[in-house]
Design a protein around this ligand. Structure first.
Ligand SMILES: Cc1cc2nc3c(=O)[nH]c(=O)nc-3n(C[C@H](O)[C@H](O)[C@H](O)COP(=O)(O)OP(=O)(O)OC[C@H]3O[C@@H](n4cnc5c(N)ncnc54)[C@H](O)[C@@H]3O)c2cc1C
Length: 408
C-alpha cells in the first residue's frame, strides 16, 4: 500500500458518521490533497443515535444532532456533493458515477454508505413510519405530534430502535404497543438468557409488549391502520412504525467486482480492493478480538468511528492497526441503559456477576469455550467500564470471576 500524497483525490461515498469522521481523521493525519464527500441526503453529516432518543422526545432540535458545523465543513476543505446518490463504482479507475450523471475520478474511494430500514411487504407498507434518517424523523415526529393523547401506536419489532421509539412515544403521551415476532425481544442479538432478564423492562415502563406476534397484513383505513394477525385477530392503531432491522443497499455495487456478502467484504486493513475501502455499518470487516479474528458486520456507532480513524491512519502512514478492538454498543430504552462490550454470540454462555434482574441493574459476562467474549450491563455503566480490560486480552471466565475488576 503506497501512502497518500497531496496529489491524491479521495472520494468518500456516504456523508454519515463514518464518512465524516474519515474526512476529519484524514485531515488530522495531515492529508492535504483533495477530498470529495458524496451523500444522497441533502443534509450536512449528522448523528443517528439521538434521533430515536433526544430528538424524538423533543429534548433536542434535530439540528443539534449535527456532526459538522458549517465552519467545520468549510475548514475540512472537502468538496461536498450532497443530495446526490452514487450509482456506479469503477474499481479499476477509482471513479464514481453520480445520479446526476457526473463522473468523479479519484485515486482512492471509501464506501461509507451505512444501512437502511428494512422494508415490510404489507398492503400499507408505503404508509408505515420507519426511523433511519432525518427525513424519517421529521415524518415520524409530525405523525406523533398530530395524534391525541393516549392514541394507540403500533411498533412492529421490539429490537433496539423499536424499543427506543416506543419509549419516546410513551414520553409524548401516546400508547405504544410493541409487537415482537420472537418469543422475546433481542434473543437473536443477546441470546436466550439475557433476553429473559430484559423482558420486564417494557412492563416496568408501562409499555405494552406483545411477543410471538405473527402479522399477516397491515391495512390503511380511514382513521389509521388495521393490523391483521394470523390467528384471525386484529389491532387498530392510529399509526404504525416498522422497526424490523436494517437492510443494505448494495445493488449499485453489484457489477463492481467487489466481494459482497451481507456487506462489502474488506480485509484486515479495511481494503475491499486496491485503493478502495469500506467502513462503518456497510463493511464486513475483520474484528481483531482478544479471543481471535472474526469477520463480522455490526451497526455500532463506536465501530464506525474507529474504522474511520484506522483507515485514515493506514492510508497516511502505511501502518497496519494491530491492537485488539473492543466493540461497544448502547441503547436507551424503557428508562434504562443497555450497554455491551465485545461481540458475544447469542449461543455463548452468560452469567450475571453483579446486581440482579430484581434490582433492575446488573452486569453479565459472556464466555465462549470458557474465554470471555462479551460484557453486557443494564443500567450499570461504572461496572461495565471497570470490566473492559476483560476483553483486552484472552481471559478465562474463572479468572475473571476471581479477579472481579468491576468491584474495584
Ligand atoms: C435511530 C437510530 C438509533 C441508533 N442508536 C444507536 C445507539 O444508541 N448506539 C449505537 O451504537 N448505534 C446506534 N445506531 C447505529 C449508528 O447510528 C450507526 O452504526 C452509524 O450511523 C453508522 O455510521 P455509517 O456512517 O456507517 O452509516 P450512516 O450513518 O447510516 O451513514 C451512511 C450515509 O450514506 C448515505 N448513502 C447510502 N448510500 C449512498 C449512495 N449510494 N450514495 C450516496 N450516499 C449514500 C446514507 O443515506 C447515509 O447518509 C443507531 C441508528 C439509528 C438509525
Amino acid at each position: 500500500m503506497s501512502q497518500l500524497r497531496s496529489s491524491d483525490h479521495v472520494i468518500v461515498v456516504g456523508a454519515g458518521l463514518a464518512g465524516w469522521r474519515f474526512v476529519e481523521s484524514l485531515r488530522a493525519e495531515g492529508f492535504q490533497g483533495a477530498i470529495t464527500l458524496v451523500g444522497d441526503e441533502p443534509y450536512a453529516p449528522y448523528d443517528r443515535p439521538p434521533l430515536s432518543k433526544q430528538v424524538l422526545t423533543g429534548k433536542w432540535e434535530v439540528e443539534e444532532a449535527t456532526l459538522a458545523s458549517p465552519q467545520q465543513l468549510a475548514e475540512s476543505g472537502a468538496t461536498l456533493r450532497l443530495g446526490v446518490r452514487a450509482n456506479q463504482l469503477d474499481v479499476e479507475a477509482t471513479s464514481v458515477r453520480l445520479a446526476d450523471d457526473s463522473l468523479l475520478v479519484g485515486t482512492h474511494v471509501v464506501l461509507a454508505t451505512g444501512s437502511r430500514a428494512r422494508p415490510l411487504s404489507f398492503a400499507a407498507s408505503g404508509a408505515l413510519a420507519t426511523l433511519r434518517n432525518r427525513d424519517d424523523l421529521v415524518h415520524l415526529d409530525g405523525v406523533i405530534g398530530s395524534l391525541g393523547p393516549g392514541s394507540a401506536a403500533a411498533v412492529i419489532g421490539g429490537g433496539f430502535v423499536g424499543a427506543e421509539v416506543a419509549t419516546s412515544m410513551k414520553a409524548r403521551g401516546l400508547t405504544p404497543i410493541v409487537l415482537e415476532a420472537a418469543e422475546r425481544p433481542l434473543i437473536a442479538a443477546l441470546g436466550e438468557e439475557a433476553s429473559t432478564w430484559l423482558l420486564p423492562l417494557a412492563a416496568n415502563a408501562e409499555v405494552e409488549l406483545r411477543t410471538n406476534q405473527r402479522l399477516d397484513d397491515v391495512r390503511k383505513v380511514n382513521r389509521g391502520f388495521i393490523l391483521d394477525f394470523d390467528d384471525g385477530t386484529d389491532l387498530p392503531a392510529k399509526m404504525v412504525l416498522a422497526a424490523v432491522g436494517s437492510s443494505l443497499d448494495l445493488g449499485w455495487l453489484a457489477n463492481s467486482g467487489l466481494t459482497l456478502d451481507d456487506g462489502v467484504v474488506v480485509d484486515r486493513d479495511l481494503q475491499a480492493a486496491p485503493q478502495v475501502a469500506a467502513i462503518g455499518d456497510v463493511a464486513r470487516f475483520v474484528l481483531r478480538s482478544a479471543i481471535g479474528d472474526e469477520a463480522i458486520r455490526v451497526e455500532h456507532w463506536q465501530i464506525a468511528t474507529e474504522h474511520a480513524g484506522e483507515l485514515a491512519h493506514f492510508w497516511m502512514s502505511g501502518e497496519r492497526a494491530s491492537h485488539v478492538m473492543v466493540p461497544y454498543f448502547w441503547s436507551d430504552q424503557y428508562g434504562e441503559k443497555i450497554q455491551m462490550l465485545g461481540h458475544p454470540h447469542p449461543s455463548d454462555e452468560v452469567v450475571i456477576v453483579s446486581g440482579s434482574p430484581e434490582e433492575g441493574r446488573w452486569l453479565a459476562l459472556y464466555s465462549r469455550d470458557r474465554l470471555i467474549s462479551g460484557v453486557l450491563s443494564l443500567s450499570h455503566p461504572r461496572h461495565l467500564a471497570l470490566a473492559k480490560p476483560l476483553l483486552e486480552s484472552p481471559i478465562a471466565l474463572d479468572d475473571a470471576l476471581r479477579r472481579a475488576p468491576w468491584l474495584a
